[in-house]
Design a protein around this ligand. Structure first.
Ligand code: SAH
Ligand code: SF4
Ligand code: F3S
Length: 457
């Protein structure tokens, strides 16, 4: 008996990808798209027409995990209409729960751990050939060099592209699940990173975002002797990239040498995401962050001294176990002192394996919610004020493409990572432009091109 929707080899096959979580997950999703594009899968934005659905998951907060469960629940009915559809779950929830997910969701075909991305093509073949359901959670990374970006109608080209330079984390902040689901820190050889960037830039990418949970410790454990700052210089010298960004930096490892790069390296965008997490020293200590608020402020002072126009953003958690009203006020005080351009704020949630889950004096949900609202309102005023202060200034932006909210406009980013919408034309995509800022809201700016910043074609 043949299945009504079984496709012949010559018909196009479609891949739908949905990504939760951080930029590392975004990058892994791009890799899955690249690997499956080489097998003939076209990307589709329409879940119902997909032959393969890849759901990349995050388990950093309990809310993130719940979102995955409800999304997965909604996929069940798709299988009724399309029995040969394969549903793959990857990422950190997959790594955390493994086989259990196959038991809980009988429409799930493959659970793939965080070290399994390289093998997605082969395992997909296997489950398609045998109709087996599998949980594949390798303990080691693949040793083969990663696939490179191929320009084709199947590919996911972007003006600004992420490149992972290291995986995992050794910091064990007491609230965090990441070291358990992503494993210990390991760096990619510099040759691989440079090759990947060169391939991207030869296809038209202009900006690269280097990714790692703690990029400052790049190079540890590699056979070659190379630091993160060395890597930045090699990228500047050996690739055609026009703009470079990186994330995430841990404040305890932010060296003066790296701070100087913001002043000395034209390719490096004047922007840093430097999570502080809490303003109270006793909370920071119990978070195992290995710095005090004073140390953190000193790093910010040095950054601004070296590079006065640097844009700053951060992550903060409210309601960590034992957080008192006084501790919370210290967090607000730090926001007031630093005046971040942007802030990502979260309410603490217990995570499996993370030590803080066992800590006493949990803060009740109502208090956490109230503190989060207060903190977000406090920061919203700062962000809006800082955006408004941009009006009238001339800024360099890299034009990324049509605006997501108003497709008749184009969007670019300033070095400080502010979104700027403007009226422009297709051929400006990928260019560095000077724009005069006309207006500001809390999320973005509007501007007007004044001339081309550099003769960059
Ligand atoms: N490696 C990065 C970010 C990791 S996760 C770093 O070290 O900064 C992104 C953010 O999620 C963290 O910075 C933290 O603010 C938040 N986060 C992590 N675990 C959390 C938890 N259990 N509850 C609430 N927020 C959490
Ligand atoms: Fe988590 Fe801390 Fe590692 Fe960031 S540095 S991933 S917050 S353990
Ligand atoms: Fe989430 Fe995993 Fe990233 S837990 S934040 S997707 S490393």
């Amino acid at each position: 008996m043949t299945e009504p929707l079984l496709k012949t080899a010559s018909e196009p096959r479609y891949l739908y990808v949905h990504t939760f979580g951080c930029q590392m997950n975004e990058y892994d999703s791009l890799r899955v798209q690249r690997i499956l594009a080489a097998k003939g899968y076209l990307p589709t934005p329409d879940m119902a027409s997909a032959d393969v659905i890849f759901l990349n998951t995050c388990s950093v907060r309990d809310k993130a995990e719940q979102k995955v469960h409800s999304f997965l629940g909604r996929l069940k009915r798709l299988k009724v209409h399309h029995p040969s559809l394969k549903i793959i779950l990857g990422g950190c929830v997959a790594q955390q729960l493994g086989e259990k997910l196959l038991k809980r969701f009988d429409h799930l075909d493959l659970v793939m751990g965080t070290r399994a991305i390289s093998s997605v093509g082969e395992i997909l073949d296997e489950i398609q050939a045998s109709d087996k359901r599998l949980a594949y959670l390798p303990e080691e990374d693949s040793t083969a060099p990663q696939e490179l970006f191929e320009a084709s109608p199947f590919s996911n080209f972007t003006v600004s592209a992420p490149v992972t330079i290291m995986q995992g984390c050794n910091n064990f902040c007491t609230y965090c699940i990441v070291p358990y689901v992503r494993g210990r820190e390991r760096s990619r050889p510099s040759r691989e990173i440079l090759d990947e960037i060169n391939r991207l830039t030869s296809c038209g990418t202009r900006e690269v975002l280097l990714l790692g949970q703690n990029v400052n410790s790049y190079g540890r454990g590699l056979q070659e002797k190379i630091s993160f700052v060395d890597l930045l210089h090699r990228i500047e010298e050996e690739t055609g990239v026009r703009r470079l960004r990186f994330t995430t930096s841990h404040p305890k490892d932010l060296t003066d040498e790296l701070i100087r790069c913001f002043a000395d390296m034209p390719v490096l965008c004047k922007y840093l995401h430097l999570p502080f997490q809490a303003g109270s020293d006793s909370i920071l200590q119990r978070m195992n962050r290995n710095y005090t608020a004073a140390h953190y402020l000193e790093k910010i002072r040095r950054l601004r001294e070296a590079c006065p126009e640097i844009g700053l953003s951060s992550d903060v958690i409210v309601g960590f176990p034992g957080e008192t009203e006084e501790d919370f006020q210290q967090t607000l005080h730090l926001l007031e002192t630093i005046q971040y351009d942007n802030l990502f704020s979260f309410r603490y949630s217990d995570r499996p394996y993370a030590r803080a889950a066992q800590f006493p004096h949990k803060v009740d949900e109502e208090t956490k919610a109230r503190r989060l609202i207060e903190l977000q309102a406090f920061q919203a005023e700062i962000t809006l004020r800082k955006n408004r202060a941009e009006v009238g200034a001339i800024r360099e932006i890299l034009v990324e493409g049509p605006s997501k909210t108003a497709p008749e406009l184009l969007t670019g980013r300033t070095q400080q990572n502010r979104l700027v919408h403007f009226q422009g034309s297709q051929e400006q995509i990928g260019r560095l432009l000077q724009v005069r800022i006309r207006s500001a809201s809390s999320h973005s700016l509007t501007g007007e091109p004044v001339s081309q910043a550099r003769s960059d074609g």
